[in-house]
Design a protein around this ligand. Structure first.
Ligand code: HEM
Length: 234
């Protein structure tokens, strides 16, 4: 491929900004123009790499939120969880860009992946693990307050841990929204009957939509919909 005429990649390499942000290293982490199998491979790498950065940030916020919950600093933890949710929202938004890539073009760049797949994403793995620690800290805090999940959701805004419980659900919901969007990127690109580079059918991605990071919270909250005998669509 001919060199990219756009400015940017070589801008002010020695500046204080470039040194602090390490832009030289950052901008050399994508395949060079000469290495690209197709021009959309740049977009593909950019979306994946920035997703990993945002998930690293989400993980950082979740770990701090866990420590704050352990210290009983619930409002501060809630603020960090809202930020973690925002990080996942960023990764969701950029999936839209991949929808602009044609299936034909994806087929041309696909050999560059080998057997590599988002299934191996370190960011998503770390986030899921961190979420388990977060839930454990939350449950321990409920116990310290003498609250069962049923009581917590029954009391709603009057329960001290209720806003935090809702922040956990918000985070979990955003992860599922990412999965919905990701499923559609996969459907649009390789089809409902498509098979991933790790051999997983696209249809299995639809089944993952039922997974929850904090299933016990969702169940306890929703169980109350029938607590007074009301119909679901009253
Ligand atoms: C054109 C774009 C994409 C396509 C066609 C695609 C397709 C697939 C397919 C078919 C799978 C099933 C596993 C396999 O056999 O490979 C999968 C899994 C996965 N992909 Fe993607 N993907 C795309 C973009 C992304 C992006 C940008 C990310 C962000 C890191 C990502 C992250 C994941 C994750 C985390 C899984 C595991 C399933 C889950 O946890 O929901 N994918 N993808």
């Amino acid at each position: 491929m001919s060199p990219d005429p756009r400015p940017g990649a070589a801008a002010a390499p020695g500046s204080e900004y470039a040194r602090y942000m390490r832009t030289d290293e950052l901008l050399s982490l994508q395949r060079s123009d000469a290495q690209l199998l197709h021009r959309d491979e740049r977009l593909f790498q950019c979306v994946h790499q920035s997703t990993e950065l945002w998930l690293k940030q989400a993980h950082f916020e979740i770990d701090h939120a866990r420590a704050l919950i352990e210290d009983g600093r619930l409002a501060a933890a809630q603020a960090l969880l809202a930020r973690a949710r925002g990080c996942v929202e960023q990764t969701t938004g950029q999936l839209r860009l991949l929808e602009s890539m044609s299936s034909l073009d994806f087929g041309l760049l696909r050999p560059a992946l080998g057997r590599g797949s988002g299934l191996e994403s370190p960011g998503w793995r770390a986030l899921r693990e961190a979420a388990q620690g977060l839930l454990a800290a939350f449950m321990a805090r409920c116990e310290a307050h003498g609250l069962t999940l049923d009581e917590l959701f029954r009391r709603g805004v009057d329960a001290p841990l209720y806003p935090l419980a809702e922040a956990l659900l918000d985070l979990d919901q955003q992860v599922t929204i990412w999965r919905v969007k990701h499923l559609f990127v996969a459907v649009r690109t390789i089809g409902t009957g498509g098979i991933g580079t790790q051999g997983m059918p696209v249809q299995s991605l639809a089944r993952l939509l039922e997974q929850r990071l904090f299933a016990t919270l969702w169940e306890a909250r929703a169980a109350l919909a029938g607590a007074y005998g009301g119909a679901a669509h009253a």
